[in-house]
Write a protein that binds this ligand. Structure first.
Ligand code: ADP
Ligand code: ZN
Length: 608
C-alpha cells in the first residue's frame, strides 16, 4: 500500500516515471519507520529519498542542512511543486519565524529546513516536541565526521534526536564515499541500527578529459567555444589571483564569467552565486571555496586550470557537473609547473609526518590519474573501491587512446643531466643544457663542458618539459623546496639509469583536438539533435522568462533534462505533456499550456 503511495507521489507531484537506483528501497525503508544511511554520488537523487517518505508518512518532515544560503532555492523548488515548504534560519526576522511556527502547529507544512545550530536551540526543540514529525533528514551528513573535509561541530549535537524522538525515522545523506567517514557518521549520529545504502559512485554522463597544457587559458577558451558556447560551467583555479585574471579574461572574450573566492565580501560572493544559479549561461571562476551544496542541476562543464590535490577533491568538484543526468564534461589542463607546485606545497605543509605521508599518497594518486593511459573512469571507480568495471568509452583515453613511446633513452639523458649538474638546478636550466644552449649561467658553471651538454638537440624543448613532468609525476625525480625547484634523483631512478627498467611515457598532445573528442557529441549542451536547436533555444528562452517572473532559478521551472525530453517527445496535447519527465500535476497546470503552444508552433513551422 505505502509503496504505491510513494510511486503515486513520484508520478503526480514530481512528474517522474520511476525511481532510480536504490531510491525505491530507501523510500520504502523510511516509510516503514526504519533509519537509513544513504551514500549516493552528487546528482544521484538524494532529495527524493527523504522528501517522498516525509510526504507519504503523516506529519512534518524536518531537514537539517548546513547550507543556509541555499535553503531558499530548496524551498522554491518544492513550492514549484505546490508543496508547502519553509526554512527557519538566522536570515528570518522573529515575526516570520513565529508565523512559520504557527503554520507548523496547524499541520500545514510538508517540509521544514533548519540549520543544525537552529534545530538544537531549546525553543526549536520545544516546538518540535509539540509536533507530529514524519522524519528527520540529515543532509550533508559527512559534516559530522572530523575525518572528512567539512567538519561542523554543531552536527555532533544531532545525536540528541535519537534520544528525544526515538520513534521518528532518521536518514543521513551524503555524497562522501569513504568507509571511515561512513562509520563515523553512523556512530556520531547514533545511527547504529540504520540500514546502509551505498550506491555506485559512477557518474556515467560525465566525460573526463585531462590534458597537459601549459598556458591553459587559451586551451580552456577553445574547449568552451567548441563544446559549451552557451552553457553554465564552473572553472576551478588554485589562487585568488588566477581566479580574478581568468574571469576578467573570459569576460573579454565574450562570456559572462564571475569570480568567487574566499577574500571577496560575503555580499559579492552571494551575488555571484545567485546569478550563477538563476541565469542560464554563466561561468563561475572559483577557488575550491565554491560549490559545496550547489544544487544547480544543469552545470554542463567543470574545468580545472590546476591539478587538484587529491582524487577525492577532483571527483567531488567534477561531480558538480551534470546532476540532471544529461551529458556533461569534466575538463582539466595541467602542466609541469602544477606538478612542481603541488610537490612543493606538500613539503611546505605544517602537518605532522603521518599526515604528510597521507597527503603525499593522495597527490601521487592524482598524478597517476592525470598521466595514465587507460580508462580514467575505471581507474577512479577502482580507487573508490568499486573494482571490475569495464572501459567506459566516455573518457578521453577511451575515445582517443593516447600514444605512448619508449622513453627509456630520453629519461636516461634527462636524469644523467640532473646528475652531471650536481642535482642543483631546475628544469628550465636542465633543458637548456640538454639543448646545448651556451647561456651565461651555463658557461659560468662550466656546464657547456659536461657530457650531457647538447645531447638532447633532437628533442624539442616542449617535449623535454613533458619528459621532466612525467619523471617528477612518477617520482623518478624529486623537487627540492629550498633551492627554487631544483630537482634530484630518487632511489627509483637507479634501475632506469642502469638500464634495468624501461619506461613508457605518454606522448605530448599538441592541442585540443576538438573534432575528434566531440565526434560522439554534437555542439548541443544536452543529448538532442542539432536540427532541434531552434526549439531547444525557444524552450530555454520561455523558461527564462517564466523563471524571472517568479524570481526563481531557471531549473526550478524545468530542468534541462525535462526540456530535452520535451524536445524529444514533442507533445501535442496536455495529456502528452504530462508524460514528459519532470512535468508533475502542478507544473502541468502552471506551465503546460505555454510550453505546449511553443512546441506546436515549431511543429507547424517544420511542416510548412
Ligand atoms: P543529489 O542531491 O543526490 O545530488 P538531487 O536530489 O538534486 O541529487 O537530484 C538530481 C536531479 O535528478 C534532480 O534534478 C532531480 O529532480 C532528478 N531526479 C531525482 N530522482 C529522479 C528520478 N527518479 N527520475 C527522474 N529524475 C530524478
Ligand atoms: Zn574510459
Amino acid at each position: 500500500m505505502t509503496h504505491t503511495d510513494a510511486v503515486d507521489v513520484l508520478n503526480t507531484i514530481y512528474g517522474y516515471e520511476s525511481f532510480r537506483g536504490q531510491q525505491s528501497e530507501i523510500v520504502n525503508a523510511l516509510i516503514q519507520g526504519e533509519d537509513a544511511l544513504v551514500l549516493m554520488p552528487t546528482g544521484g537523487g538524494k532529495s527524493l529519498c527523504y522528501q517522498i517518505p516525509s510526504l507519504v508518512r503523516s506529519g512534518l518532515g524536518v531537514v537539517v542542512s548546513p547550507l543556509i544560503a541555499l535553503m531558499q532555492d530548496q524551498v522554491d523548488a518544492l513550492r514549484a511543486l505546490n508543496l508547502n515548504a519553509h526554512f527557519i534560519n538566522s536570515t528570518l526576522d522573529a515575526e516570520s519565524v513565529r508565523s512559520i511556527e504557527a503554520e507548523c502547529r496547524r499541520c500545514e507544512v510538508d517540509l521544514l529546513y533548519v540549520a543544525p545550530e537552529r534545530l538544537l536551540m531549546s525553543s526549536t526543540l520545544a516546538l518540535l516536541d509539540e509536533l507530529n514529525i514524519s522524519l528527520f533528514a540529515i543532509d550533508e551528513a559527512h559534516c559530522v565526521s572530523a575525518w572528512g573535509h567539512d567538519f561542523r561541530p554543531e552536527y555532533m549535537g544531532l545525536s540528541v534526536l535519537s534520544d528525544r524522538y526515538p520513534h521518528v525515522p532518521r536518514v543521513a545523506l551524503t555524497a562522501t564515499a569513504d568507509r571511515r567517514t561512513r562509520e563515523e557518521i553512523a556512530r556520531n549520529l547514533n545511527l547504529v541500527g540504520a540500514r546502509h545504502f551505498v550506491s555506485s559512485f559512477d557518474r556515467p554522463n560525465i566525460r573526463y578529459l585531462i590534458r597537459e597544457a601549459q598556458g591553459s587559458r587559451e586551451e580552456l577558451l577553445r574547449f568552451i567555444r567548441a563544446f559549451h558556447p552557451e552553457d553554465s560551467g564552473i572553472v576551478y583555479c588554485l589562487s585568488r589571483k588566477k581566479v580574478e585574471d581568468t574571469a576578467a579574461w573570459l569576460e573579454k572574450k565574450g562570456r559572462v564569467a564571475l569570480p568567487y573566492h574566499a577574500r571577496m565580501s560575503p555580499r559579492e560572493r552571494e551575488n555571484n552565486q545567485n546569478r550563477f544559479l538563476r541565469e542560464d549561461n554563466i561561468i563561475i571562476v572559483a577557488t575550491i571555496a565554491f560549490g559545496m551544496g550547489i544544487d544547480k542541476p544543469d552545470v554542463r562543464f567543470v574545468a580545472h586550470l590546476n591539478l587538484p590535490k587529491s582524487v577525492e577533491a577532483y571527483y567531488q568538484e567534477t561531480g558538480r557537473a551534470g546532476r540532471d543526468g544529461e551529458p556533461a564534461n569534466a575538463w582539466m589542463a595541467y602542466g609541469l609547473q602544477d606538478v612542481i607546485t603541488l610537490r612543493q606545497m606538500m613539503q611546505q605543509s605544517n602537518a605532522d609526518d603521518q599526515h604528510k605521508r597521507v597527503e603525499s599518497h593522495k597527490l601521487d594518486a592524482m598524478l597517476s590519474l592525470a598521466e595514465m593511459t587507460g580508462c580514467r573512469r575505471q581507474w577512479i571507480l577502482d580507487y573508490f573501491d568499486e573494482p571490475g568495471s569495464e572501459s567506459c568509452g566516455n573518457c578521453d583515453n577511451c575515445i582517443t587512446p593516447p600514444e605512448t613511446y619508449d622513453a627509456t633513452e630520453v629519461a636516461q639523458k634527462a636524469m644523467s643531466c640532473v646528475y652531471r649538474t650536481d642535482q642543483r638546478f631546475g628544469v628550465n636550466y636542465l633543458i637548456d643544457v640538454l639543448l646545448g644552449k651556451r647561456t651565461e649561467r651555463i658557461v659560468q658553471f662550466g656546464h657547456d663542458r659536461i657530457s650531457t651538454f647538447g645531447i638532447g638537440v633532437n628533442v624539442a624543448a616542449q617535449d623535454w618539459r613533458s619528459v621532466f613532468r612525467q619523471l617528477i609525476a612518477h617520482n623518478f625525480l624529486a623537487v627540492e623546496l629550498e633551492s627554487h625547484g631544483s630537482v634530484k634523483l630518487t632511489e627509483t631512478a637507479r634501475p632506469v639509469l642502469r638500464g634495468e627498467q624501461r619506461l613508457q611515457f605518454r606522448r605530448q598532445i599538441a592541442q585540443v583536438k576538438a573534432k575528434r573528442e566531440g565526434r560522439s557529441r554534437s555542439r548541443m549542451p544536452v543529448s538532442i539533435a542539432a536540427s532541434d536547436q531552434p526549439l531547444w533555444d525557444a524552450l530555454r528562452a520561455l523558461r527564462k522568462d517564466l523563471a524571472d517572473e517568479a524570481s526563481v532559478p531557471a531549473y526550478v521551472v524545468f530542468t534541462d533534462a525535462t526540456l530535452a525530453d520535451m524536445v524529444q517527445k514533442r507533445p501535442e496535447s496536455l495529456e502528452e505533456m504530462s508524460m514528459v519527465s519532470g512535468v508533475g500535476d502542478h507544473k502541468l497546470e502552471r506551465y503546460g499550456a505555454e510550453f505546449l503552444a511553443l512546441v506546436k508552433d515549431f511543429a507547424t513551422e517544420s511542416e510548412s
